[in-house]
Design a protein around this ligand. Structure first.
Ligand code: FAD
Ligand code: NAI
Length: 464
C-alpha cells in the first residue's frame, strides 16, 4: 500500500485530518482540486467574509460613530483596497496550510480525486494527466456548494452566490438577499455598511431559523435599526435580468399576489448542499441520503475503508465541526479514541452585534418538556459596553431547574463570538450556572455580562 490515508478535499475537514495524520506518523496524501488549500472556508467562505465584515465595520464606525468619541475624520471608501487586503489575507492563510502540510509530512496532490474502488483514488490534474493512489483508508471531505434557486441561475455578476458577493467590483445600489440565514445576514451587512440599500427576502416568518427565537427577534430589530429591510414569509418566484438591473417576482410564501422588486444585484443564500460531483460514490456503492449527504456512522461510510466528514455529511455546516471531525476520524483510524461532542458546537453570526449560541434554545427546551431557569443580562447595563458605546443585545443563560447544569447560552452583542467560548468550556465540563456566577471575571469586561446572566439564573444579578 502506498498510503495509510488518502483524503479527498483540502478544506477544514480534510486539512485538519491530514495534519493530524502526519502528526501520528501515518503516510498521508491530501487531494485538492482547487489550486490552493483551505477549502470553502479559507478561499471563499469564513475568511474572506470576515475580512470584509471587519473592514466594512471599521468603515461604518469611522463614518458614523467616530464623531461621538471626539474623533474628527474624513472617510472615503477604497473598495479596491478593501478587496486587496481580503485577498492577501486569504493568500497568506492558504499558503499557511501548504506550509503546515510540509511541516507534518502531508503530501499535497493537486487535482480532482475520484474513488475507483475501495483503496484506490484516481487523480486528474489541471492538465488532464491522471495518477492512481492506493490507500488503506480513504476520507471523503469534499464539502458543499451553494444551493441554487430555480429561475435564478448564478451568473456571479448580478445573480450571485456568496462567492460573487465577496467580490462585487462596486457597491450595488440595491442588493436583494434571498434567505435570512447566516450568509444573507453577514454579507447583507457588509454591503449595507458600504452603502447599498439591502432588502432580505425570507421564506419563513422569522430570521435565522434554528437560533433561539427571542434572540432572532431582537437581532432582527437591531438589523432593521441599522437599515436592513426584511420581507418575511415571502418567496422569490422568478427573475428577469438585463445588463443593468434585475427584476424579481416575489409572492407571499402562503400564496397571493405577485409583486416586483427592482434591484441591481441578487444574493441567493438559501443554504448549501453536499458536493460529491464525479467522486465515484455510485460506482463504489457509498450510500447517500436523498439530499446527497454521505451517510456515516462515526465517520465510517457503509463501504469498508471509506470514511466521510465535514459539510458533505450530516450536521451543522461549520468549519470547526469539520475540523474536529477531521481530527476525531484520523485518531479512530490510528486506533485512538477520537471523540467530539455534537451537543456543544457553538455557532456565531459575525455581524455587529454578533450572535453566538451553544447548546439548547429555549424553544427546544420547551418542546422537550425540560424544566429550566433563565438568567438574562442586557449589555445596556454592562459598564464596558457603555464605555464603548456597544450596548445593543443581551446574554441569556439557560440552566436545568433541578440540577442547575447549563443547558444553553445565547448572546447578542459586540464580541459575542469570543464570549461564548467561556460557556462552551463550562458546559463541556458539565458545569452549572453557579460555576459561572462564582467565577471571578475581570472588570470592566463584557464577559461580566455572561457572569451577571448566570447570577440571574438564581435571581442574584447584582448590577441591574
Ligand atoms: P470545504 O471547505 O468545502 O472543502 C472541501 C474541498 O474539497 C474544497 O476545497 C473542494 O475544492 C475540494 N473538493 C471537492 N471535491 C473534490 C474532489 N473530487 N477532488 C479533489 N478535491 C475536491 N463556517 C464557520 O464555521 N464559520 C464561518 O464564519 C463561516 N463562514 C462562511 C462564510 C461563507 C460565505 C461560506 C460559504 C461558508 C462559511 N462557513 C463558515 C462554512 C464553512 O466554510 C464550511 O463549513 C467548511 O468550509 C466545511 O469544511 P469542509 O472541509 O467540510 O469542506
Ligand atoms: P442557512 O441555512 O443559514 O439560511 C438559509 C435561509 O434561506 C433560511 O433562513 C431559509 O429559511 C431561507 N430560504 C430557503 N429557501 C428559501 C427560498 N426559496 N426563499 C427565501 N428564503 C429561503 O444558509 P446560508 O445562509 O446559505 O448558509 C449556508 C451555510 O453556511 C450555513 O449552514 C452556515 O452554517 C454556513 N455559514 C456559516 C457562517 C458562520 O458560521 N458565521 C457564515 C456563513 C455561512
Amino acid at each position: 500500500m502506498a498510503y495509510d490515508v488518502v483524503i479527498i478535499g483540502g478544506g477544514p475537514g480534510g486539512y485538519n485530518a491530514a495534519i493530524r495524520a502526519g502528526q501520528l506518523g501515518l503516510k498521508v496524501a491530501c487531494v485538492e482540486s482547487r489550486k490552493t488549500l483551505g477549502g470553502t472556508c479559507l478561499n471563499v467562505g469564513c475568511i474572506p467574509s470576515k475580512a470584509l465584515l471587519h473592514a466594512s465595520e471599521m468603515y461604518e464606525k469611522a463614518r458614523l460613530h467616530f464623531g461621538d468619541l471626539g474623533i474628527k475624520a474624513k472617510v472615503d471608501l477604497d473598495l479596491g483596497q478593501m478587496h486587496k487586503q481580503k485577498d492577501s489575507t486569504v493568500e497568506t492563510l492558504t499558503k499557511g496550510i501548504a506550509f503546515l502540510f510540509k511541516k507534518n509530512k502531508v503530501e499535497h496532490i493537486s487535482g480532482h480525486g475520484k474513488i475507483i474502488k475501495p483503496g484506490v483514488v484516481e487523480v486528474t490534474d489541471h492538465d488532464g494527466k491522471t495518477q492512481t493512489l492506493e490507500a488503506k483508508s480513504i476520507i471523503i471531505a469534499t464539502g458543499s456548494e451553494p444551493t441554487p434557486l430555480p429561475g435564478l441561475e448564478f451568473d456571479e455578476k448580478r445573480i450571485v452566490s456568496s462567492t460573487g458577493a465577496l467580490d462585487f467590483p462596486k457597491v450595488p445600489k440595491h442588493l436583494v438577499v434571498v434567505g435570512a440565514g447566516v450568509i444573507g445576514l453577514e454579507l447583507g451587512s457588509v454591503w449595507r455598511r458600504l452603502g447599498a440599500e439591502v432588502t432580505v427576502v425570507e421564506f419563513l416568518d422569522r430570521i435565522l431559523p434554528g437560533m433561539d427565537s427571542e434572540v432572532a427577534k431582537q437581532f432582527k430589530r437591531i438589523l432593521e435599526k441599522q437599515g436592513i429591510a426584511f420581507r418575511l414569509g415571502a418567496k422569490v418566484t422568478g427573475a428577469t435580468t438585463t445588463k443593468s438591473a434585475v427584476t424579481l417576482s416575489v409572492e407571499p410564501a402562503k400564496g397571493g399576489e405577485t409583486e416586483e422588486i427592482k434591484c441591481d444585484a441578487v444574493l441567493v443564500a438559501i443554504g448549501r448542499r453536499p458536493f460529491t460531483a464525479n467522486l465515484g460514490l455510485e460506482d463504489v456503492g457509498v450510500k447517500t441520503d436523498d439530499r446527497g449527504f454521505v451517510l456515516t456512522d462515526h465517520y465510517k461510510t457503509n463501504v469498508e475503508g471509506i470514511y466521510a466528514l465535514g459539510d458533505v455529511t450530516h450536521g451543522p455546516m461549520l468549519a470547526h465541526k469539520a475540523e474536529d471531525e477531521g481530527v476525531a476520524c484520523i485518531e479512530r483510524i490510528a486506533g485512538k479514541p477520537g471523540h467530539m461532542n455534537y451537543d456543544l458546537i457553538p455557532s456565531v453570526v459575525y455581524t455587529d452585534p454578533e450572535v453566538a449560541a451553544v447548546g439548547k434554545t429555549e424553544d427546544e427546551l420547551k418542546e422537550a418538556g425540560i424544566t429550566y431557569k433563565v438568567g438574562k443580562f442586557p449589555f445596556m447595563a454592562n459598564s464596558r459596553a457603555k464605555a464603548n458605546h456597544e450596548t445593543d443585545g443581551f446574554v441569556k443563560i439557560l440552566a436545568d431547574a433541578e440540577t442547575d447544569r447549563v443547558l444553553g447560552a445565547h448572546i447578542v452583542g459586540t464580541g459575542a463570538g469570543e464570549m461564548i467560548a467561556e460557556v462552551v468550556a463550562v458546559m463541556e465540563f458539565g458545569g452549572a450556572s453557579e460555576d459561572i456566577a462564582r467565577t471571578c471575571h475581570a472588570h470592566p469586561t463584557k464577559s461580566e455580562a455572561v457572569r451577571q446572566a448566570a447570577m440571574g439564573v438564581e435571581g442574584w444579578t447584582m448590577q441591574m
